[in-house]
Every structure is written in C-alpha cells, then in structure tokens.
Ligand binder design. Structure first.
Ligand code: ATP
Length: 201
C-alpha cells in the first residue's frame, strides 16, 4: 500500500463536495476560487482513456494503461475510482497529497458512490465532507432546464439520481459533516465558505 503523507493532509485537510447534478457545486466553487485564488487545488485524476488533442499527461489526467490502473486499485492507491463508458477513472492518494504538500486545500468534487469509497478507505485520512442540496426537486428541475446543457432524457436521469443522493445524504450512512441548502446563492456561498475556510480566511 502506498505510504500516506498524513502530516501534509492534517495541515491541509481535503474537502469532499458532493450533491446532485444542478445543485450548484461548480457555481459555488468558482466563486470560492475567485475569492481565494491561491488557497485551493484540484488533484489530477488517473484515466485509462486515450489523451485528446492538446491534453498533456499529468496536467488534465495521468493517462495510464488498464493494467497499471488495476494494479493501483489492488494496492488501494485510489481514494475513489469508477468506470464510465468503458474507461476507468480514479483519484489517487498521491494526487491528493501533492496538493496538500503545496500548502493548498484539495477540493474533491465527487459523486455519491465515490463519497462512500472515500469514507471507507482503509488508509486515507478522513477528509471533511460537504453536501450541497437543492432547496427542492421543483427548483432543481427549473435550474437544470434553464442551464440548458442537457437533453430531456438526461434531465430526467439527473432528477431521479438526485432523489437517490438526497435520500442517502439524509440517511445515517452518509459521512457528511455539513449540508448546505442552495436556495439563495449568496447565503449558500457564505455557508460553504464558512465551512471550508472558517476562521482561516
Ligand atoms: N442559488 C441559486 N439560485 C439560482 N440558480 C442557481 C443557484 N445556484 C446555481 N444556480 C444555477 O443552477 C444551475 C446548476 O448549477 P451548477 O452547474 O453549478 O451545478 P453543479 O452542481 O455543478 O452540476 P453538475 O454536477 O452537473 O456539474 C446553473 O445554471 C447555475 O447558474
């Protein structure tokens, strides 16, 4: 099992943000990075898909073979990993450590199954978990529609998945340290900022 640099991770505890598609994660994180341009970092994920034109190994992704990916899975080197469209994707412990070692807080935007994996990882120190919730399903639907990035079928899928994620967040099995309801954007932003930056601003 790869060693874990617990000192760096203790000094800069990573934040896992999750929440249904359309709950406003990107919107709120964008505001946070604008306000604190030097405080945060995103880890570079691993993938078995081929690089696209202009993509550089180690910048957009660590591009690896399926064998190398599965070896790292066996070694518990990923805090979470999943398969989409025939390719594997994962966040390695090392990639997260690298952000902490730079003196930055690693922000991990992870979906529900990944959240469960991070929370149950055998060696990775517990990060802080934040769940961003839409005020209700009607408003979530309106926001997904007005974002206008998805076809009808994708919107229906996202809404069904949102129900599952909200149920999980409410259940006793969820690891979340804080749930923020994104009704008014400024209010939700301040709550997220308080949780993430706190008195450290
Ligand atoms: N408090 C808010 N009030 C009104 N609209 C909002 C609010 N927060 C976000 N939105 C809008 O809702 C839409 C969804 O937000 P966003 O794209 O940030 O969600 P997301 O959680 O990052 O979704 P995904 O997981 O699909 O990337 C966007 O069009 C955004 O402008």
């Amino acid at each position: 099992m790869p060693p874990v640099d617990t000192e760096a991770l203790k000094a800069h505890v990573p934040i896992v943000i999750s929440g249904p598609s359309g709950s406003g994660k990107s919107t709120i994180l964008k505001k946070l990075f604008e306000e604190y341009p030097d405080k945060f970092g995103f880890s570079v994920s691993h993938t078995t898909r081929s690089p696209r034109t202009g993509e550089e190994n180690g910048r957009e992704y660590h591009f690896v073979s399926k064998d190398d990916f599965l070896k790292l899975v066996d070694e518990k080197g990923f805090i979470e990993h999943a398969q989409f469209g025939g390719n594997h994707y994962g966040t390695s412990i090392k990639a997260v450590e690298e952000i902490a070692e730079k003196g930055r807080i690693c922000i991990l935007d992870i979906e529900m199954e990944g959240v469960k994996q991070v929370a149950n990882h055998p060696t990775f120190p517990r990060p802080r978990f934040l769940f961003l919730s839409p005020p209700d399903m009607e408003i979530l639907e309106q926001r997904l529609r007005s974002r206008a990035t998805d076809k009808e079928e994708a919107i229906v899928k996202r809404l069904n998945q949102a129900k599952v994620e909200i149920e999980f967040a409410k259940s006793g099995d969820a690891p979340h340290d804080k749930i923020v309801v994104n009704d008014d954007l400024e209010k939700a932003y301040k709550e997220v900022r308080e949780f993430i930056v706190g008195n450290d601003a």
